[in-house]
Design a protein around this ligand. Structure first.
Ligand SMILES: NC(=O)c1ccc[n+]([C@@H]2O[C@H](COP(=O)([O-])OP(=O)(O)OC[C@H]3O[C@@H](n4cnc5c(N)ncnc54)[C@H](OP(=O)(O)O)[C@@H]3O)[C@@H](O)[C@H]2O)c1
Length: 324
């Protein structure tokens, strides 16, 4: 099978496409023929060996996919060849086939094609759990989304609007802000062309209730300063490459809560909310009430270009690899 492979850590360009032996099935697993995979910022970090977890080389990168079940291990029940499924993991998705635990897969609703199903993974789940359970956002509240044109950010804009919030989108380009506006953002702020703290004050004179931050760096503090008393700041990641250091007196004076969210920890530690939210998300996709914005599609052979596109912060919404 054709697969992308990372043989030594480095920039996106170290990833090459090669012919590799197809994956073999272990107990409890199914083999999935992939139709699409989506590219996440974490894939870039894993290839660079800058993620929180290190994967030994060589490895096939790619952490979310959609496809069709090709083969099922003898001990697996409730899933058969031909079923359309989606899955997320740490690695393995930038390939024509993958073998994964049957219980890690979810069914793709008829309303979604492989591209949509692959794109409706980590970013949407992160944004949904963060807004629904961590924040939790209430109808009529003011929500600031940093990185609002990126994968997690644009999902947070769309989900914030769906949950009844008034959304202020912060991003670095007109194209990203247009995407946020198309998903219902009310205020649009280009942090490259204005001073963020001042612009947020003007847009939200009464302050904000919630900040969703997948970017960190210099944007975090001005956003936190915009919170009104009792606000919630949810830190999701540091795509800027810089972990912000927030003066704790701001937290005290404003009576705000700073909350950290990690999808895999939430899935393990907050089971009840996790399962409820995942069921709600599945319904929202099936009813086409949440539809990922796919800003760019690459072929498997263009995988290094796709990773570079994400690494350089050019992704608008989700970036998909077409593998079919
Ligand atoms: N906590 C969790 O469970 C969880 C789950 C998924 C992702 N994450 C993390 O969340 C972050 C965002 O992920 P994503 O999939 O939304 O990524 P993405 O689509 O690439 O978006 C990241 C955004 O960060 C901004 N950015 C600022 N400086 C950047 C730089 N030097 N390089 C790249 N982007 C830069 C860009 O926004 P502007 O151009 O508008 O400034 C970009 O749109 C990552 O750190 C990821 O690891 C965390």
């Amino acid at each position: 099978m054709r697969a992308a492979i990372c043989r030594s850590y480095g920039p996106p360009e170290v990833v090459r496409v090669e012919d590799l032996p197809p994956p073999t099935l272990a107990a409890g697993q199914v083999r999935v023929k992939l139709g699409a995979a989506s590219v996440n910022f974490s894939d870039v970090l894993l290839v660079a060996n800058e993620y929180q977890l290190s994967v030994p080389t060589p490895f096939v990168p790619g952490s979310e996919f959609a496809g069709v079940v090709a083969e099922v291990a003898a001990d697996v029940q409730g899933i058969v060849a031909g079923d359309r499924v989606a899955g997320t993991g740490l690695v393995g998705a930038f390939a024509e086939e993958v073998a994964v635990a049957a219980r890690s897969l979810s069914r793709i609703p008829a309303a979604a094609d492989a591209h949509l199903a692959a794109a409706f993974g980590v970013a949407y789940r992160t944004a949904y759990h963060a807004l629904r359970s961590m924040a939790p956002i209430q109808p009529g509240e003011e929500l600031i989304v940093l990185g609002a044109g990126g994968g997690v950010g644009l999902a947070a804009v769309e989900i914030g609007v769906l949950l009844g919030a008034s959304v202020t989108a912060v991003a670095s380009s007109a194209e990203k802000l247009e995407a946020a506006a198309s998903r219902g953002a009310r205020n649009l702020i280009n942090h490259r062309t204005v001073e963020l703290r001042q612009a947020l004050r003007m847009a939200l004179p009464g302050g904000a209730d919630v900040v969703i931050d997948p970017v960190g760096g210099d944007l975090a503090e001005p956003a936190l300063r915009t919170l009104r008393w009792g606000g919630r700041f949810v830190t999701l990641g540091y795509a800027s490459g810089a972990v912000p250091r927030i003066p704790l007196n701001l937290v005290l004076l404003k009576g705000v809560r700073v909350l950290g969210f990690q999808l895999r920890d939430f899935a393990t530690n907050v089971r009840e909310d996790f399962q409820r939210n995942e069921a709600e998300l599945a319904d929202l996709l099936a009813e086409r009430r949440l539809l990922p914005h796919i800003g760019a599609v690459f072929s498997l052979d263009e995988v290094a270009g796709a990773l570079r596109h994400v690494a350089d912060g050019h992704a608008v919404g989700k970036v998909v690899l077409d593998i079919a």
